[in-house]
Ligand binder design. Structure first.
Ligand code: FAD
Length: 459
């Protein structure tokens, strides 16, 4: 009936998981009100701070998210770090349901000697740097060497290789930050190796990203045909994406240098190294920075996706002044009151229902682990929203008691001196960024200093 109180739901995090969860709830419930809390002043998570600047089409999902945010039953509160500015317990008091969608804000570490030497960076920090993530704006990576080694065989590794080797003209028209563009203009890097512990049949990148790399102007792929011996046969009955991906690698490996016109005079190179596991980052003689990585050669035990890399005992040293470890993101526990599986790095849940915590849900990378593209995240967020809807319908969430929502949280935040950023505030920041980019022919020039964002909206 029209007298039924509106369920109030809050979502923590404004990346794809947060927005898709909100979208599904609003679409399939006529009364539900959804508040989205975000740590940064600006929304969209990895769509803004992860997706490569030269992949603007991927960022079109922002249009859908914007529509959701403009819904009358949706509100956005940026600049609010849950766990610090307001606890999950306080949110649970103020809302009928709380969905945790705060992503994966850390990275896995290599756990090898030398990992902290200057010249070694996590992919997460490097990506954050070129994408204007405030916490990485001062990374200032040293690009004065000729050879870079990326540890990892996923799409993030390929993103980084492409950014390092792209002709500057291709990047200039993107929303890459000015400061990283300037650094890349002075970069001496002309050779990029991507090394993985396992073989060509275990790579995690996808064909579109590989093809882009192969076709990168002025850059030549260097693949060793010996790495692919017999694989055409092995992959005959593999699922189609794996088969096509492997065939493309084989074809590229067998191409004679110069066969592809654009690559004839290539000044830059990239290549894949297989069955190599990093053992130690080697310091220069003065111990001040990285000069290479000692790799343990491996053999594969088992086959297919589950094959394990076992060190053979042989090692190899690879000279490189820049090491980027791209071995995965990692979620962190947010609040001691929320269960967390440190082993798997996720909030334990079934269908998005947090185990042992009625009314608490999760979606996105913090639910599944830090893998999968935006579409994967969308599907699992719809699943979580569906669980919320079922629990509302089944009476598992008591909506007869009305909850104050932001009415309560707003006063808590005020008492702690926290000033949220609204969605229309973000739209002002957005407009200012677009104006700044215009002169240079860029879609936007991102503001990388949160203080500057807040000043701009008069906070
Ligand atoms: P996130 O996008 O990380 O969103 C989490 C949000 O929560 C962030 O805004 C964060 O600031 C916020 N948050 C964190 N802690 C708190 C807190 N305490 N309080 C409040 N808010 C908090 N997918 C594609 O489909 N195409 C691509 O080209 C592509 N490129 C990628 C490139 C990189 C480098 C990476 C890492 C991923 C890429 N992906 C791509 C995958 C895609 O980004 C993810 O599937 C998706 O972003 C996961 O969504 P999420 O909402 O779970 O996490």
């Amino acid at each position: 009936s029209s007298r039924a109180p509106a369920p109030r739901v809050c979502v923590v995090g404004s990346g794809p998981a947060g927005f898709y969860t909100a979208q599904h709830l609003l679409k399939h419930h006529d009364l539900a009100q959804v508040d989205i809390y975000e740590k940064l002043p600006v929304p969209f998570g990895l769509v803004r701070f992860g997706v490569a600047p030269d992949h603007p089409e991927v960022k079109n999902v922002i249009n859908t998210f914007t529509q959701t945010a403009r819904s009358e039953r949706c509100a956005y509160y940026g600049n609010v770090a849950v766990g610090r500015d307001v606890t999950v317990g306080e949110l649970r008091q103020a809302y009928h349901a709380v969905v945790l969608s705060y992503g994966a804000e850390d990275n896995r570490i290599l756990g090898i000697p030398g990992e902290n030497l200057p010249g070694v960076y996590s992919a997460r920090a490097f990506v954050g740097w070129y994408n204007g993530l405030p916490e990485n704006r001062d990374l200032n990576p040293d690009l004065s060497c000729e050879t870079a080694l990326i540890l990892g065989h996923g799409n993030v590794a390929l993103d980084i290789a492409r950014i390092l080797l792209s002709p500057l003209d291709l990047l200039r028209k993107t929303d890459i930050t000015d400061c990283s563009l300037a650094a890349l203009a002075c970069s001496k890097v002309k050779r990029v190796w991507l090394a993985g512990r396992r073989g060509p049949l275990q790579v995690a990148f996808t064909i579109k990203e590989l093809r882009e790399m192969i076709n990168l102007p002025g850059t030549q792929p260097v693949l060793n045909p010996a790495d692919f011996t017999g694989l055409e046969n092995a992959v005959k009955d593999a699922p189609r994406p794996r088969k096509r991906l492997t065939e493309l690698m084989i074809k590229t490996a067998l191409q004679k240098p110069g066969e592809v016109a654009a690559q004839a005079a290539a000044a830059r190179q990239w290549g894949l190294k297989f069955q190599r596991s990093p053992q130690e980052v080697l310091p220069t003689a003065d111990g001040r920075r990285a000069r290479g990585v000692r790799m343990a050669l491996t053999r594969l035990e088992g086959s297919g996706e589950s094959a394990k890399a076992i060190p053979t005992g042989d090692v190899e040293e690879l000279e490189c002044g820049l090491v980027l470890s791209s071995i995965g993101y990692r979620s962190l526990p947010l609040d001691p009151a929320v269960p967390f599986d440190t082993q798997r790095g996720i909030i334990p849940n079934s269908m998005g229902r947090v185990e042992g915590a009625p009314g608490l849900y999760c979606s996105g990378w913090v639910k599944r682990g830090p893998t999968g593209v935006i579409i994967t995240t969308m599907n699992d967020s719809f699943d979580t929203a569906q669980s919320v809807l079922e629990d509302l319908q089944g009476g598992m969430l008591d909506v007869s008691v009305s909850r104050e929502g932001f009415g309560a949280v707003g006063s808590i935040l005020r008492s702690r001196g926290v000033r949220p950023v609204s969605f229309s505030d973000w739209e002002k920041i957005d407009a200012a960024e677009v104006v700044r980019g215009k002169a240079a022919g860029k879609p936007r020039e991102k503001i990388v200093d949160p203080q500057e964002m807040l000043q701009l909206i008069g906070h």
